[in-house]
Every structure is written in C-alpha cells, then in structure tokens.
Ligand binder design. Structure first.
Ligand code: NDP
Length: 623
C-alpha cells in the first residue's frame, strides 16, 4: 500500500505573510489570560456524577493488607504493557490498580458514539504479530481496541490480581520497610517494593468554568462519561433514539467532538455545536483490512510500519522511502518527498524547514478548501475554517462532520469572540447575548494534560524519601534519569511523556518504557537489591543532556493557537524567569527515537544499572 501526493494549492497562489498575520490575529482572539485556570475539575465541581462509572457497577470487596513486589498504577495502554513486560520478565507478584472497572484506560472510559482511533490501527495496536490479531479496518472503532486490550490482559494473566474501581489516594515511601505504601479509596494498605506510575495522560476530564454552569437544570455530561441511558443506543450500537425530542448542545470541536457530532446531528431534534477553535478535518478513507494485503506481510512488518510512520511524521522520509501510512499525519512529508525527488533535495536544514513551512500553509489551505466544498451555508463554512499551523492542534479526519452542518436541525455557534461559551443559565446557554434553551449540554472539552501535575495525576500525595513531594520536586521541570526514574523516589518508575525518546505511535513509546522498567525491576529482584534510585550526578547529567540536545520548538508553540499542546498558549516562568518546561509532549530527546532506543539498549547490555544507586537493606551495594 503506497499513496499519491495530495492536491495542495501551489505556493504561488498563497500570500504567506498575510496568512501568518491572520494566524497571529486568530491566536490573539483565543488566548485567555487565565490559561489553565479557565478549566475546573469535574471531580471537584460535580463529584457525584463524575465519580460514578457509567459503564460498570462497582463491586463490593474487602480491603487489602499485603506486601507485594510491584504495583502498577493504571491499566490503560501504559499499565497494560508494563504488566506484559513484568510477566515476560518472570515477575508475578504485581497488580495493576485502576479507577476504571477494567483494563482499557481511555478506551474504557471513552464510549461516546463514533469513538475511533485516529491513528493507523496497524501501528497503534501493539503486539499484533505476537497476538495473531489483525484490526478490521485502518482506523479501529473504540470497542475493537477495548476488546483487544482485554484479550492482551487475558493472555498474560493480568486480570488475576488487577484491582479495579480503586483510586490511589496516597503513595508514600516508608523508609522503615523500604517499600511504597499504597493507600486507596477502598481502604487498602498495600506495601509495594516497586511502583510504576502508568497513570495516563487523557484520564482526567476537564470542564470550562463557564459562569452559571451550576444553574443549568438540564442534563450534563462529559464525553468520557457518555450517558446512553439518557441518549438511547449503546456503545456498540449508538442509535441515539432518545434524543429525538431533545435539544442538545455540545461544547468543543476537538478530536472527540468531531467524531460524536455526526451522531448527535443525526438523532437530536436540535443540535448546537459550540465552537471556539475549528479543527482540521480531512477525509477519513477508513478502508477495511484487505486480506490479500495481509497475506503479503512478512514477520517484523509491524515494527517496520511503525518505523515508517515515525519517519513520515516526526523524522523525515528519505529518497526511495514509501509512505505506508498514507493519511493526514503523513501528508506534509509525503508531499515534500515527492517535490524534492523532482526538484532536488534542500542543501541546508534551514532550507528544509522553510520548504516544510510552506507545505504546511499549502496543506492547511487544502483543508480550508475542503470545508467550502461540503458546507453549503457560507457563514457556517467560513466559521469552520482553521487558521493556524498544521500541528498546532491534533489533526482530525471524518467523512460526516462537515456535512452534518447541512442538516436543518444543526447550528454552529461560534464562541471565539467571547473566548469560549459566555454563560449558562437555568434553561440553557448564552451566546452573543442570546439565550438558547436546551435539554442537554455535552462537554467535549478535553482532559487535564498540561495542568499542574497533582491535578493531572489526581493522586493527592506522592512522597518519597524524607517526605519529599514529587509535585514540589518537579514544580520547575522534570528531574529524571531517562525520563523513567527520579532521585528521592527510590523504586518508583514513570511511564509517559517526561524526558526521553517519544515515538509517533504512542503505544510503542509505552511498550519500550515498559520493557526498560521491567528490566530494571527484574535485575533488582534477582540481585536482591532492595532499592534503586538515580544518583544525583546521573540525574543532573541526563537533565542537562536532554536540555542541551533539545530541538527548540518554542517559537512554533508560541505562535500556535492555544491548546493543550502549548499549555493553552500560556507561557509559565519560574523564579529565575526561565520558561517552565511542562509541555504535553514532555521533553523529547533531541537526537530522536532511534538514538534513544540505542542508548537504552546499550545501557541494559552494559548490565551494571549505571547511574543508579543500589542499596541492600539500606546499605550501598555494588556487584
Ligand atoms: P480537546 O482538548 O482536544 O478539545 C476540547 C475542545 O473543547 C476544544 O475544541 C476546545 O476549544 C473546546 N473548549 C474548551 N473550553 C471551551 C469553552 N470555554 N468554550 C467553548 N469551547 C471550549 O479534547 P478532545 O476530547 O476533543 O480530545 C482530547 C485528546 O483526546 C485528543 O487530542 C487526542 O489526543 C485524544 N483523542 C484521540 C482520539 C484518537 O483517535 N486516538 C479520538 C478522540 C480524542 P479550543 O480548541 O478553542 O480550546
């Protein structure tokens, strides 16, 4: 499967300085001086409804009081893959703990109608060859992913000890027993030698703090807690028939709303889509998996495909490289490669970046033209056009989103001039001074991603040696060794986007981190080392190395329209006037994914857990 270049307008047809200025103005319209503080935690504001799991009843169980080798916090992809690697390393004394009622993470919680993965399923679903599984189409439905996750958990025996509907409230290092004490909302007291924080990125829903939000008397829910009781239909069959006599509004036009809006438009009596910033929405081309293509695949194909995706998005396709993925994510590099092959390759990095920037404008123009080709009402089409650089927001693809606005029962309401929805009332919401009466407000308003870590992680207390709080410790930036451990927090591991190599396939990032963490735990257990912890020197060197080799994308981020990619456009500074490094993508290893994996492989091959202080019953230990 290879693909052609897209039909982007030529650069000569674009006035790039004028576009740049338009992007700047559009950004200014949206930046809010409160930044992150424009959002509230549903858990604080609406604790009753948001603590409830709409998908599965909570089962009563006795509290646990036990010693165990490892606790893995989380059972989404990162927790699942950490569990798989622990099992593969021969470690059995561990548990996954999760607030949800099952494995799945975002794919457990997000069951809104139309939920699908926006990434090529043949890359995104890990371990396909090992599991002997093939996704049914290029972009999997949420339930296909959820079912697949459960099948992995089942295959590796992870259900046996997993604790669900359990929220960890405190995680404290107990020096006297050299273990982590894990306290939960179910009264558990678990003493774990090691803890792996695989607690996810898109797990805590957030709500805009709209004046009057508490006055609304109708139904409200967040997309990550979809209420099929109210809408009708079900996760696997979202026929929202109970909305036939309902007036519904949805806040947000991000990746979630793009998928849910076509269903709401089809079934609700009236739908208002409250948009602050338009998304880019390309064609989906969600083709079923071709059995003839499957037959051509050779062992190792998935790794090869993930490498190709990495090159076609984050790195660069080289002459002769095909684009195997062929979607919105790879368009810019694919088009550039085709042009360079004809016109010659740029001779400097600056020239390359300049050509890339021009291609970015051309692709965005193509996407704006797409709106005009579908949406009939001119004002609505104008409001749906995105004015920012391609990766300022997560790109989307959907075949039914734009055409939904051609329905007579659907109205787009642009709320950019008031930097978000103006107000809510007892009966509905206010826009442009007019009150709209509704029966239901749906929040597709996203998740805590770049907010303060304690908000984002949702664990009240994480204290290492001498009561050191991780939240305070990292308040002015991450301090880690390889992005996976931090000094002062012995035997504690982090899986996610902190300071290391990140892959375009998020699950591959988690997979490799899980593998590395399991290696360290296995080595420690088999050598009877009680604690491992980065030395000050090793950690300082890593943080310095990460920052010295970092690719500076701050200008791009500053010029982008606000989103969680750039901390809502809000730069944050520490006491010394340095900008805080707290982007969603963490601090990515400048030399790249491949270099980072090589570094980790060499580190493991060396076999001495270099840079980690090893202690046996409190005493330094070298072998
Ligand atoms: P996002 O954070 O991307 O979007 C939130 C939306 O709510 C934005 O449109 C935002 O507008 C809007 N909003 C926030 N506050 C207000 C307000 N006061 N008034 C009006 N509008 C407001 O959340 P999503 O749930 O859409 O997506 C989150 C992430 O989840 C994605 O980026 C992606 O990583 C993941 N996801 C992945 C999918 C997949 O296929 N793998 C599918 C769906 C989601 P504005 O843009 O102006 O801030």
């Amino acid at each position: 499967m290879t693909c052609k270049v897209t039909n982007v307008p030529p650069a000569a047809n674009l006035d790039i300085p004028a576009l740049r200025e338009k992007y700047r103005q559009q950004r200014e319209i949206r930046v809010r001086k409160e930044g992150q503080k424009q959002y509230v935690r549903p858990m604080d504001e609406f604790s009753e409804s948001y603590e409830v799991d709409p998908h599965m009843p909570v089962q009563a169980r006795d509290s646990l009081n036990e010693d165990i080798d490892v606790v893995v916090l989380g059972s989404g992809w990162s927790g699942l893959l950490a569990g798989v690697h622990l099992k593969k390393s021969g470690i059995n004394s561990f548990r996954n703990i999760d607030h949800a009622g099952d494995f799945g993470g975002v794919w457990y919680w997000n069951r809104y109608p139309g939920v699908q993965c926006d990434n090529d399923a043949y890359c995104y679903l890990p371990m396909l060859e090992e599991m002997g599984f093939m996704p049914s189409k290029k972009f999997s439905d949420g339930y296909e992913i959820y079912d697949y996750i459960r099948s992995i958990a089942d295959r590796f025996g992870l259900y046996e000890k997993a604790l669900f509907h359990t929220l960890v409230s405190r995680l404290t290092w107990d020096e006297s027993i050299q273990r982590w004490r894990v306290s939960t909302n179910r009264g558990d007291d678990i003493r774990a030698r090691f803890v792996v924080l695989a607690n996810g990125l898109l797990n805590i829903p957030k709500l805009p703090a709209i004046p009057g939000i508490h006055d609304f008397k109708g139904k409200m829910f967040h997309t990550a807690r979809w209420d099929y009781e109210f809408t009708g239909g079900s996760y696997r069959n979202p026929v929202l028939d109970k909305l036939a006599d309902k007036r519904v509004a949805i806040i947000g036009t991000g990746a979630t709303a793009i998928q849910a809006v076509p269903y709401l438009g089809r079934f609700a009596k009236q739908l208002y889509v409250l948009q602050r910033t338009p998304s880019t929405v390309d064609e989906r081309k969600n083709i079923p998996t071709d059995p003839a293509w499957v037959k051509t695949l050779k062992p190792g194909w998935q790794k090869e495909r993930q490498e190709n995706f990495q090159k076609a998005t984050i790195d660069t396709l080289a002459p002769g490289d095909p684009d195997l993925i062929c979607d919105i994510w790879t368009e810019i590099n694919r088009n550039l490669l085709a042009e360079f092959s004809q016109e010659g390759w740029p001779t400097t990095a600056e020239e390359f970046m300049a050509r890339r920037e021009v291609m970015d404008y051309r692709v965005m123009e193509r996407l704006r033209q797409r709106v005009d080709s579908i949406v009939k009402d001119k004002d609505t089409a104008a409001n749906l056009k995105p004015w920012y650089r391609f990766l300022c927001k997560r790109p989307c693809s959907n075949d039914d989103f734009y055409s939904t606005f051609n329905r007579p029962n659907v109205k787009l309401i642009d709320v950019s001039s008031t930097r978000g929805v103006e107000a809510m009332t007892e009966k509905g919401f206010v826009a442009d001074g007019q009150e709209y009466e509704i029966d239901c407000m749906i929040f597709a308003s996203g998740f805590e991603v770049t907010s303060d870590l304690d908000r984002r992680w949702g664990i009240d207390v994480i204290e290492g040696r001498n009561g050191l709080s991780i939240y305070k410790h990292w308040a002015d930036g991450y301090k880690t060794l390889h992005g996976m451990m931090s000094r002062g927090f012995p035997n504690q591991f982090y899986i996610g986007f902190y300071q290391g190599g990140f892959n375009a396939t998020t699950t591959e990032t988690f997979n490799r981190q899980g593998q590395h963490v399991a290696y360290i735990i296995k080595e420690a257990l088999s050598r009877r080392i009680t604690t491992v912890e980065p030395s000050q020197e090793a950690q300082d060197n890593w943080v310095r190395h990460i920052r010295e080799t970092a690719i500076d994308i701050s200008q791009f981020q500053r010029e982008c329209t606000p989103s969680y990619f750039n901390n809502e456009g809000e730069a944050q500074f520490d006491d010394k006037g340095q900008e805080k490094l707290r982007w969603y993508l963490g601090e990515s290893y400048g030399p790249g994914w491949g270099a980072f994996q090589q570094l980790m492989q060499d580190w493991r091959d060396k076999g001495d857990l270099e840079g980690l202080e090893k202690r046996k019953d409190g005493e330094f230990y070298e072998q």
